[in-house]
Write a new protein. Structure first.
Length: 354
């Protein structure tokens, strides 16, 4: 963090400005509340002035949200480049312990790497005793910790059972799908499968015998490509035709990101969300990654260094993993600034209190 004199002065100015707003709003509330309670009318206050104040306040609150987001997040902060996985990594998943799972539609395997990019394991994508190969489109982990992939060419979703075939493991089919692409697991452990051609996201449980239970579908999508669990137990889906949509826990459409945020996508690809309710979207055509916060404007996290971003994942450490099919790598970025309490800003706050 830069502690030059100029930056310190800017921090002090920002803190004084925010404190002035806080003091003014609290003082006005204390004076106005009794007048509104005991006065019969509105005095000289008109309906239009109330509306104007409301609009101005809404705009100011939005600007304050943007200010907080600009402090919280960082842009183009590259951390690492991982080249030891698979070529053209379309799908990726990061587990809670930082293990990275990669899938490619060009290589019949799922690569398993450490967070530093060292190979841990490779799961060959073969069935029928090794006689039949398939190419995984996307990858995730089930609630039981098993690897699940979509097989676009075969119209199937498969789960790797490590306990079958004398401990060597095998891929088990979950049934027929038209054109499965993205796959994820929601907050209650159900599988989410983006079925491209029929424009659906299938939501279902899988029992211990690998049977599908409680199958439901989100319909009416235009080329659903990637899917991930969203804020509040919802579901986020990217549409290849140029939008990203958020559905609630009951599979009801909550918002279109292009309409709600006024954002124009090129070709949205990978999506992921973090514990703070932020949704991150890779745009293949515009070669960028954009964060959509619960409050405020979209935040461009990565605007350079990407060729063809596809799969996307983030972790609790504030790191973002981008599968770049354009140069066969996974690029790691830090997207969230770490707060160092008691250092720098703490002293500034104390100075401004005096």
């Amino acid at each position: 963090m830069d502690y030059t004199l100029e930056v310190t002065q800017q921090k002090e100015l920002l803190l004084r400005t925010v404190r002035k707003l806080q003091s003014k709003s609290e003082g006005t509330l204390q004076r106005v509340a009794p007048l509104l309670s005991f006065q019969r009318g509105m005095g000289m206050v008109t309906k239009s002035s109330v509306h104007q104040l409301r609009e101005s306040t809404s705009k100011l609150c939005h600007e304050l949200d943007d200010l907080e987001n600009q402090l919280r997040f960082c842009q183009n902060h590259a951390v690492a480049r991982l080249d030891g996985g698979v070529s053209a990594p379309l799908g990726l998943h990061v587990s809670a312990d930082g293990t990275l799972y990669l899938a490619s539609s060009e290589v019949p395997k799922v690569a398993v790497l450490t967070r530093a990019g060292r190979p841990l394991q490779a799961l060959p994508c073969v069935t029928d005793g090794g006689r039949q190969r398939f190419l995984p489109e996307d990858v995730t982990l089930t609630r039981a910790g098993m690897v699940a992939v979509t097989d676009l060419a075969g119209g199937d979703v498969k789960i790797f059972n490590p306990h079958s075939r004398f401990g060597r493991g095998e891929w088990l089919s979950l049934g027929e799908f038209r054109s499965p692409r993205g796959v994820a697991v929601d907050t209650v452990g159900r599988l989410l499968v983006a079925d491209y051609e029929p424009g659906k996201v299938h939501v279902f449980d899988v029992d211990h015998c690998f049977r599908l239970l409680n199958v439901r579908s989100i319909k009416g999508l235009r080329g659903p490509r990637y899917v991930c669990p969203g804020p509040g137990g919802g579901t986020v889906v990217s549409e290849e035709c140029g939008d990203v949509k958020l559905y609630g826990a009951g599979h009801k459409l909550l918002c279109s990101f292009s309409a709600t945020y006024g954002h124009r996508f090129g070709s949205p690809a990978g999506v992921c969300s973090d514990v703070e309710g932020n949704v991150l979207v890779a745009d293949e055509q515009k070669r960028c990654v954009v964060l959509f916060p619960p409050n405020g404007s979209p935040v461009p996290l990565v605007t350079e260094g990407l060729c063809t971003p596809a799969g996307l994942a983030c972790c609790s450490r504030g790191q973002l993993y981008v599968g770049d099919t354009g140069d066969n790598s996974v690029k790691v970025f830090r997207y969230r600034n770490a707060a160092h309490h008691g250092k720098g800003t703490g002293r500034l706050a104390a100075d401004n209190d005096g």
